[in-house]
Design a protein around this ligand. Structure first.
Ligand code: NAP
Ligand code: G4F
Length: 328
């Protein structure tokens, strides 16, 4: 039974990756950082099948001892400060975790067992002010936020440890992927949650920033399969993963409100305070390498994804109302 260590197991991707690896027959060890209350909402249903251990990407010693004790065959480094706006208000913390944290894990692997296979969760935010459309593995990076800058560091240090020390270390350059488990602050979930609350009479407007930004949005459950496939290859290589389609935030609103019979123009308020100091205007993947070499394809279309998220939030709010937790 192979063992996988997942950092960021409490996050959106961590929860889907855990489900996927358990199905593949792995023993899953999940690293969580110490908190005064547990944050296991997304992995509650998996707790009896996995091992939870404490560690932090800030802390070199904790990474070394986890690798020594649990002897993973594969490490999936999903932990990060992952919200782009927070990277402007907490740029140094973002650099510590999202950039230097990668080096700490690679160092731990190098010292404890250089045969461990390593996946780094890189991001299409690295393309930023995109120098090529669509973006592929060879497209130069032009990050537009401290988060994007930190991810570029994480990408190159992964490539560097592969080339310097012969580690099986890969960087998966993943475009935006969403689900009903997405954090409420990201735009897809903010919209699906807002639509549900408006439809149920719990809110009457939704404040958003730039409606013209375009993203290549897919379903997170599909993307964790690509992470695993990258670590099963004969040679370590980097891959772009996305759908190859792009949609604007405006189209997202149109679809999400339309799904419950509403017109987004009656509810969405554009709020300049939610605009970013520097925006990433257009992201669209060229996933042809992943398709050809990993045999990877997305299985959920953009309209299906939006409907899945709105329906899940409607159900969640209806259940709260039914249980008497909320009155309209
Ligand atoms: P997420 O939901 O924000 O999860 C982030 C995870 O990182 C959480 O489990 C969080 O723990 C953990 N974490 C944060 N700081 C940590 C620290 N110092 N030490 C240990 N753990 C820490 O992110 P996600 O959407 O699942 O994304 C997973 C990874 O893929 C991230 O690296 C993200 O930057 C990258 N990525 C995401 C996308 C996307 O569209 N989702 C696209 C490209 C790349 P707590 O629960 O304790 O906060
Ligand atoms: O949903 P977002 O916050 O995601 P963003 O910035 O693209 O980053 C996500 O995807 C990256 C992959 O490309 C990941 F690496 C990263 O960790 C994260 O998961 O914003 C998407 C777009 C932006 O252009 C933003 O300006 O939506 C626009 N937007 C418009 N109004 C908004 C809002 N974004 C948020 N979060 N909230 C708004 O009210």
């Amino acid at each position: 039974m192979p063992t996988a260590l997942i950092t960021g197991i409490t996050g959106q991707d961590g929860s889907y990756l855990t489900e996927f690896l358990l199905q593949q027959g792995y023993r899953v060890v999940g690293m969580v950082r110490r908190a005064s209350t547990h944050n296991y909402e997304r992995i509650q249903h998996l707790l009896d099948k996995i091992t939870i251990v404490q560690g932090d990407l800030h802390d070199q010693g904790s990474l070394l001892s986890l690798l020594e004790e649990y002897k993973p065959d594969e490490v999936y480094n999903l932990a990060a400060q992952s919200f782009v706006p927070t990277s402007w208000s907490q740029p140094a913390l973002t650099g510590e975790v999202t950039a230097l944290g990668v080096t700490r894990m690679l160092e731990a692997i190098r010292y404890v067992n250089p045969k461990i296979r390593f996946y780094q969760a890189s991001s299409s935010e690295m393309f930023g002010k995109a120098l090529e459309v669509p973006q592929r593995e060879t497209t130069p990076f032009y990050p537009r936020s401290p988060y994007g800058v930190a991810k570029v560091y994480g990408h190159w240090i992964t490539v560097n440890y592969r080339e310097s020390f012969g580690l099986f270390a890969v960087s998966g350059i993943l475009f935006n992927h969403e689900s009903p488990r997405r954090g409420l602050e990201f735009v897809t979930r903010k919209v699906s949650d807002g639509v549900a609350r408006i439809k149920l009479g719990l809110a009457n407007e939704l404040r958003l920033g730039n409606l013209e930004a375009r993203r290549d949005w897919g379903f997170a459950g599909d993307y964790v399969r690509a992470m695993w496939l990258m670590l099963q290859q004969e040679r370590p290589e980097d891959f772009v993963v996305g759908t190859g389609e792009t949609h604007s935030v405006r189209e997202l609103c149109e679809l999400a409100f339309g799904h419950v019979g509403l017109d987004y123009r009656d509810y969405v308020v554009q709020d300049e305070r939610l605009y970013r100091p520097a925006e990433v205007d257009l992201l669209i993947a060229d996933p042809s390498k992943a398709r050809a070499r990993l045999g990877w394809e997305p299985t959920v279309s953009f309209p299906e994804l939006v409907r899945m998220m709105v329906d899940a939030d409607l159900e969640r709010w209806k259940a709260k109302i039914a249980s008497g937790q909320l009155v309209r």
